[in-house]
Ligand binder design. Structure first.
Ligand code: ADP
Ligand code: MG
Length: 285
């Protein structure tokens, strides 16, 4: 819950203000506490640091945005629809193309699950080349997911480090966002130049996800968290959703009103087959 104390993470009416300056603030508590896996009883599990979100919130966090109560209600309704169906516990959020609302969907759906209160929810960055979760919530990851995947290859029993956002049981496994080497502004996927200062950044190679490492990590993390929500890569662009989709119990597809094309959605459904799509979330720009 954000510091302004609103029951649902309200933004104190300042959500239209300019975005908080990047690169975000480190989580305030660096004393990590272990989260012991519920089922296995192993003592090596997950460590977390706490972070209290500050206003202004990123406009994509609809559940915290008082100006769109219907949008927040729609994410809670989607959560209820999933629970009432097969109640998937690992949910992959994807879309046909970049920029169609995967991060918005994943962040708000994870918040909606965390509102239940008794379920531990982990929101995971599933696309290192389009890392966005630390920017969305405004923290600096103590150690990025990409670095943790590399570390776990040689040290598989090291605890995973996640960030608890607010006081609800929402935990985030965020990768280090790609930033402009000149002004540190976060860069969208495939950026050729920085939108803030104009620096050419096209030569900076984006990290690719270690798919096998990701799948193993997701399985391990599922032992500790009740729900995993994955902010996955898009289906029709390069980026590897096909290598990670099998870890999911359900796929939810984001589509942007007035932007996503029917033909692309059809191709997306075909390419995800035989995985079926549990729901489509139609988002407003
Ligand atoms: N920092 C931001 N502030 C405001 N709107 C944004 C920001 N980043 C993305 N958006 C807009 O929100 C919509 C969904 O973005 P996002 O959820 O990040 O998509 P994806 O994760 O699929 O790339 C897009 O229309 C995008 O232009
Ligand atoms: Mg995204």
């Amino acid at each position: 819950m954000p510091e302004d104390g609103d029951g649902e993470g309200g933004s104190g009416g300042s959500d239209a203000s300019p975005r908080a300056p990047v690169p975000g603030v480190p989580p305030e508590s660096v004393d990590s506490s272990p989260l012991v896996p519920r089922e296995s009883g192993r003592t090596i599990g997950v460590a977390f640091v706490r972070f209290t979100p500050r206003t202004p919130h990123d406009p994509r966090v609809v559940v915290w945005n008082k100006r769109s109560p219907s949008g927040a209600a729609a994410f809670r309704q989607l959560r209820q629809q999933l629970i009432a169906g097969d109640d998937p516990h690992t949910i992959l959020c994807t879309s046909a193309n970049p920029g169609e609302g995967k991060t918005t969907l994943a962040a708000n759906l994870a918040l909606a699950y965390a509102e239940i209160g008794r379920a531990r929810v982990l929101l995971i960055e599933g696309s290192l080349r389009a890392a966005a979760l630390s920017e969305v919530f405004g923290f600096k990851p103590p150690i990025g997911f990409g670095a943790q995947l590399v570390r776990h290859r040689s040290l598989p029993d090291e605890p995973w480090v996640v960030v608890q956002v607010g006081t609800q049981p929402l935990f985030v496994m965020a990768a280090e966002p790609h930033r402009c080497p000149q002004c540190a502004a976060p860069l969208p996927e495939d950026a050729r130049f920085c939108g803030r200062c104009g620096t050419t950044v096209g030569h900076v190679a984006a990290d690719t996800l270690d798919a096998a490492g990701f799948v193993a990590a997701a399985r391990r993390l599922r032992e500790t968290f009740d729900y995993l929500v994955i902010d996955a890569p898009p289906v029709l662009a390069r980026g590897g959703v096909h290598e990670v989709k099998d870890v999911a119990d359900a796929v939810v597809l984001a589509a942007l009103k007035g932007h996503s094309r029917r033909r692309d959605l059809r191709r997306t459904v075909e390419q995800l087959s035989p995985k079926t799509i549990a729901a489509v979330a139609l988002l407003d720009e």
